[in-house]
Design a protein around this ligand. Structure first.
Ligand SMILES: [Zn+2]
Length: 131
């Protein structure tokens, strides 16, 4: 008979109740990370913290409005920024975010999605025949 195994499941991408106790229980202080806030299952806002994801979520202005959150702790502010950009572009129309994610402080790191759009647009423009 095969022994049952316990597998670790990364809870970071599972929607969780957006309550202070859940945030405190799951996210240590002082880590960079990205988050997605949802309301009734609909993505509403993406954001990140370059310094402390836990503090950002505990003090978030949408607490009480959003009822779920998804998060990912990141190894650096740059990683958090790249993930935020990916979620921002993927979920664009559903979000309350009005502006593109800001680059991490003191870093010039282009958004890879926008950068690709610019490259594709330039390629299209350069390959188009004059009218
Ligand atoms: Zn972008």
């Amino acid at each position: 008979m095969k022994r049952p195994t316990i597998e670790f499941v990364n809870a970071a991408r599972v929607p969780l109740p957006f309550r202070a106790g859940v945030v405190r229980e799951l996210i240590p202080s002082g880590l960079a990370g990205c988050y997605l806030l949802r309301r009734v299952g609909v993505p509403r806002y993406v954001g990140r913290s370059d310094r402390c994801l836990r503090a950002r979520l505990l003090n978030h202005p949408l607490r009480g409005l959003a009822d779920e959150f998804v998060f990912d702790v990141c190894s650096s502010p740059e990683s958090a920024y790249l993930l935020e950009c990916a979620w921002y572009h993927r979920l664009g129309g559903q979000l309350r975010n009005r502006i593109h994610p800001a680059q991490p402080e003191e870093r010039s790191l282009p958004c890879p999605v926008c950068d690709e759009l610019v490259r594709a647009s330039l390629a299209d423009a350069l390959s188009a025949r004059p009218r």
